[in-house]
Design a protein around this ligand. Structure first.
Ligand code: 5GP
Length: 194
């Protein structure tokens, strides 16, 4: 029986596979002759980076960063705390930030500023999902997988209270589940983790 919190499937597993293969091809062409330093933003982007990096035909390295953004139940504030920093310097590297989803864009705005100050040779962003209607800041996002409507999405790395990350597709939460979780967008946990 399907989980009653899970509503409409927004992106099927085979659509994810096909789009990620396209992204891998495009990124490999753009970075031909260079090595990519992937920066995966934990935890939501873990499934995406694992699939994307297998589609790259250029050499790459991967490092992980965990951040938490503080905010109300419905929006992030742009105040970001680094929970886990990169293990290695990115100075002089061609850095590609790999994100799960860009909503207001405030978390990414902070990350871009933070990583730019470490003097990479180049810095770009690849986000599997974006919600264009919720964007509050204009950011240079070179690669995106799919635009999403303004719905709270779970699956393929995205969670609700750490659940549902293992779903092979991206689905919307039902309206009831969104309400039960505290409104338009579920409230962040007391000690936020992503
Ligand atoms: P932003 O700072 O762009 O408003 O928020 C980005 C972060 O909020 C994402 O990396 C993700 O952790 C969380 N987020 C935004 N929208 C959703 C959503 O629809 N589902 C889930 N599970 N997380 C979301």
């Amino acid at each position: 029986m399907r989980d009653p919190n899970i509503g409409e499937i927004l992106i099927q597993a085979d659509e994810l596979r096909a789009r990620i293969a396209d992204l891998g091809e495009q990124i490999s062409a753009d970075y031909a002759g260079r090595e990519i330093q992937l920066v995966c933003v934990l935890k939501g982007a873990v499934l995406f980076v694992a699939d994307l990096m297998r589609q790259l035909s250029v050499p790459c390295r991967v490092d992980f960063m965990a951040v938490s953004s503080y905010g109300s139940a419905t929006s992030s504030s742009g105040v970001v705390r680094i929970l886990k920093d990169l293990d290695h310097s990115i100075e002089g590297q061609h850095v590609l930030i790999v994100e799960d989803i860009i909503d207001s864009g405030l978390t990414l705005q902070y990350l871009l500023r933070n990583l730019r100050s470490r003097k990479p040779a180049s810095l770009e962003v690849c986000s599997l999902l974006t919600k264009p209607s919720r964007r509050e800041v204009d950011l240079p996002i070179k690669y995106t997988g799919f635009p999403l409507p303004d719905r709270y999405a779970v699956g393929y790395g995205l969670d609700l209270d750490q659940r549902y990350r293992n779903l092979p597709y991206v689905a919307a939460l039902t309206d009831d589940a969104v309400r039960a979780a505290g409104g338009e967008r579920p409230a962040p946990p007391a000690e936020p983790t992503r």
